[in-house]
Design a protein around this ligand. Structure first.
Ligand SMILES: [Zn+2]
Length: 85
């Protein structure tokens, strides 16, 4: 038999905005690599899975139950539009 299980998960995300994080993505990844830490979970936008530009300053978000992650500019814009509605 074949079984395909699609699990749906709800995440609670807090956006910290653009001013919180000032380091470029490249510098952040390099500093983690320097300390021997994994960078996998920080390479993509947590929300849309798009790769974040290395020269971009990522948007810092806090995901409940997961930890601190990054989001891309597009997702942050979407979020701020929804917030003002
Ligand atoms: Zn995104």
């Amino acid at each position: 038999m074949e079984l395909v299980k699609v699990t749906e998960k709800k995440y609670s995300i807090v956006f910290y905005g653009e001013k919180v994080w000032k380091m470029t993505h490249k510098n952040f990844l390099n500093s983690r690599k320097f300390y021997g830490m994994t960078t996998k979970e920080f390479e993509k936008c947590f929300i849309c899975e798009k790769t974040i530009d290395l020269d971009e300053v990522p948007i810092f978000i806090k995901v409940k139950g997961v930890g601190n992650r990054f989001a891309c500019r597009k997702c942050a814009e979407k979020n701020s539009k929804n917030a003002t509605k």
